[in-house]
Design a protein around this ligand. Sequence first.
Ligand SMILES: NC(=O)c1ccc[n+]([C@@H]2O[C@H](COP(=O)([O-])OP(=O)(O)OC[C@H]3O[C@@H](n4cnc5c(N)ncnc54)[C@H](OP(=O)(O)O)[C@@H]3O)[C@@H](O)[C@H]2O)c1
Length: 305
Amino acid sequence: MAKDSSSKQTFTFPRTSLTVKRMGYGAMQLAGRDGNKFVWGPPADVEGAIALLREVVASGVDHIDTADIYGPHVTNQIIRQALKPYPKDLVIVTKVGARRGDDGSWISDATPEGLTRSVHDNLRNLGLDVLDVVNLRVMFSPHHPVEGSIEPQVTAMAELQRQGLIRHIGLSNVTPVQVDEARRIVPIVCVQNQYNLAQRGDDALIDALNRDGIAYVPFFPLGGFSPLQSDALSKTAERLNATPMQVALAWLLHRSPNILVIPGTSSRVHFRENLEAATLEVPVEVMAELDAMAGAGAAASSAAH
Ligand SMILES: NC(=O)c1ccc[n+]([C@@H]2O[C@H](COP(=O)([O-])OP(=O)(O)OC[C@H]3O[C@@H](n4cnc5c(N)ncnc54)[C@H](OP(=O)(O)O)[C@@H]3O)[C@@H](O)[C@H]2O)c1
């Protein structure tokens, strides 16, 4: 874990012309909540969400992660309202493979028809003719990757790419075996799984993807709905004159040069705080301390929903 991993501030998706800064933004927190229905309906402050998105782009962030099932539809519609006409260099990454139930549930929907419908939902609500990068979100379990062939779904994604609706394909919530299977069918430019200081199950996968120049984009980089909390992390942050969230993000950026971060927030104050993590230096000995925290179970994190 070289200190200079984070000094490489940009990443080019393999065999593409798409280069992004490694500090991106995750848009899921922009949707509202209705009782037990998370990521549901409009946010309490739509104008605030629009102002946040405009600040994200004005700050130089050029990678936004979204999905049409956030809201559903709402988050993409707010992105379109806030940012269209889109800056030339903005890369919007979205995902397909699920739909929302009326009760707010997240339901697998990865038939060729379901994937096609979802791609068109994204195109319509984002106001685009073609999607830059689309992740196939595998839903064998909504909570964590589960083995099983994804050949039919990846083949359907390749067909949507052939039709010109998708430029590049990524995967989400997948095992290393599934990544290999998909790569035999179509080029994969990124993988989006749950990973953070406390959830280190993908360490080997990250290193393998890095060897092949494929991006790894951790979701729940700050722990998700219940952000990371630990005394050890807070103490380290104090020593670095930073906040725990900044250290959690800086650790990811130092962890490997193929990691792109997409912290999610509905708050402009939190966004500004998170952005500063891109320039936070983490000395090698502090990286070692942070690495040890996961092993010691010192950092607490929420489970993926
Ligand atoms: N592929 C998938 O299955 C999947 C699953 C989940 C998420 N995602 C993507 O990953 C992105 C990131 O994940 P996420 O948003 O769920 O989780 P996250 O980035 O780990 O954490 C978001 C939570 O942290 C809080 N937060 C953010 N910055 C903070 C700060 N500086 N100080 C204190 N609290 C802070 C947010 O609250 P505030 O709004 O109050 O700041 C929110 O509660 C999402 O936006 C989405 O695009 C993908």
